[in-house]
Design a binder for this molecule. Structure first.
Ligand SMILES: Cc1ncc(COP(=O)(O)O)c(C=O)c1O
Length: 442
């Protein structure tokens, strides 16, 4: 910044950050003119590509027409139209949208919605949330309590009203030492056992990422897992919440992971790709039947948000949805997913430091190990992910970090590019990761 002293509290405290000045397609350019291939869409956000003029026009037009009308006083066209546009793609009757501004807030909203559905139906004791280890649901204290990422939780542990965590479906490092399918989905049965141990009368909801995103680097659910947890939740009158903040909006090659795996949750949360990264917007989406319960209930829905249902955020998201539809980008995510997975496997499959390459749609993870025979992780103090990430960034390739996959150790890189990425660019990213493994670890 021209040698001026910064007053900004930046997201990295250990080193200065380059100044980003422009985004176009899969590229970000910094003030020195250096270009970065954004192979993770930042934090798995940018699905339609950077610099979409359609979004700029939609946002500009909405700003000129109306940028604020308090959501308890007015509804607005962009929110109405966005809800309708999304409802075309959401599974079944998952079609009532409460718009917020971040994934964390969407999850807070979902947790509270579940609680209030039970209250409206006279099940006043149902307050306990069950979630999973090795998950991420957000930064606010409620969402952080649901998250199962120890390093993020640790500084605030004493302040959390904790959720009850069960093991994730992470077959590579199964918590029970079992193998799918002979395990008979022990990790899903743990939900049933936990509900019974706590007493179904106190359990409100089960919150999970249908595909484990940042914390398990794009790990898909084993066959049958989501259907079984759906069945267990139904049996105990526990609401099922899918956190699709990362997996929604086409990331898994379907509009939502619920569509992809044929399982409909009671509540779904969205964020990140909903505006393609252009503005802060998120949503908690609830099934029509449960919306009616809240509507008819005595207390309504006690919640809020000054910037909820925001006209400009919704206009940006509506433009992003129209781009996804008009350019068949969700279909493209499905088509390019195997290309990305194939390229990663071709480039990295033989590396002694790669323990697993997995993913769905355009959400892929490369798990790094010290010994691929035993899957022994690198000690976390070696900062393998961070060093690889920095090497790639310095060379103009952006990926996303994932750590703590194996107890307090474990390293992975996430690749989740905009859906418009070309095969050549995918090849470039995979080759760069290969070069980084050699350059940093050999
Ligand atoms: C699955 C998931 N849920 C929730 C969040 C929190 O979203 P936000 O950072 O927008 O609050 C994230 C962010 O990475 C996420 O990956």
């Amino acid at each position: 910044m021209d040698g001026q002293k910064s007053s900004l509290f930046t997201r990295r405290l250990d080193q200065p950050l380059p100044l980003a000045v422009e985004g176009d397609g899969v590229w970000i350019t910094d003030e020195s003119g250096k270009r970065y291939l954004d192979a993770s869409g930042g934090a798995v956000v940018v699905n339609i590509g950077h610099g979409r003029k359609e979004i700029a026009r939609a946002v500009g037009g909405q700003l000129e027409r109306l940028y604020y009308a308090h959501p308890t006083m007015f509804t607005c066209l962009p929110a109405e139209e966005l809800a309708q546009a999304l409802a075309v793609h959401t599974p079944d009757d998952l079609n009532r949208f409460y718009f917020m501004t971040s994934g964390s807030e969407a999850n807070e909203t979902a947790i509270k919605m579940a609680r209030q559905v039970h209250q409206s139906q006279g099940r006043h004791d149902k307050t306990v949330l069950i979630s999973r280890w090795r998950s991420y649901h957000g930064l606010s204290l409620g969402a952080l309590a649901a998250a199962g990422r120890p390093a993020f939780r640790m500084p605030y542990m004493a302040m959390l009203r904790d959720a009850v965590h069960i093991p994730p479906p992470y077959c590579l490092r199964c918590s029970y030492g079992l193998t799918h399918p002979s395990c008979q989905l022990r990790c899903a049965l743990a939900l049933d056992e936990t509900i019974q141990n706590l007493g179904a009368s106190v359990v409100s909801a089960f919150l999970l990422e249908p595909v484990s995103g940042a914390t398990l680097a794009g790990y898909p659910p084993p066959e049958g897992y989501l259907a079984l947890v759906r069945e267990i939740c139904d049996r105990h009158q526990v609401l099922l919440i899918f956190d699709e903040v990362m997996t929604g909006m086409g990331r898994t090659g379907a509009w939502f992971a619920g569509n992809r795996y044929g399982v409909t949750p009671d509540i779904m949360t969205l964020g990140k790709g909903i505006t393609g990264g252009s503005l802060a917007l998120s949503a908690a989406v609830v099934r029509e039947e449960l919306y009616q319960v809240l509507k008819d209930g005595l207390g309504g829905f006690s919640h809020g948000g000054t910037y909820s249902h925001h006209p400009v955020g919704c206009a940006a998201a509506l433009a992003a949805v129209r781009i996804l539809e008009g350019e068949s980008l969700v279909e493209r995510s499905a088509q390019m997913g195997p290309v990305l997975g194939g390229e990663l496997k071709r480039a990295l499959g033989d590396s002694p430091y790669v323990g697993d390459i997995r993913g769905v749609g355009l959400l892929w993870g490369v798990e790094l190990v010290a010994d691929r025979g035993t899957l022994t992780p690198f000690p976390r103090v070696d900062q393998v992910t961070e060093r690889l990430w920095q090497h790639l960034f310095d060379n103009g390739i952006i990926v996303y970090k994932s750590v703590g996959l194996a107890g307090s150790d474990g390293d992975a890189l996430v690749l989740a590019p905009p859906f418009i990425i070309t095969e050549d660019q995918i090849g470039q990213a995979a080759a760069a990761v290969k070069e980084a493994l050699v350059g940093v670890l050999s």
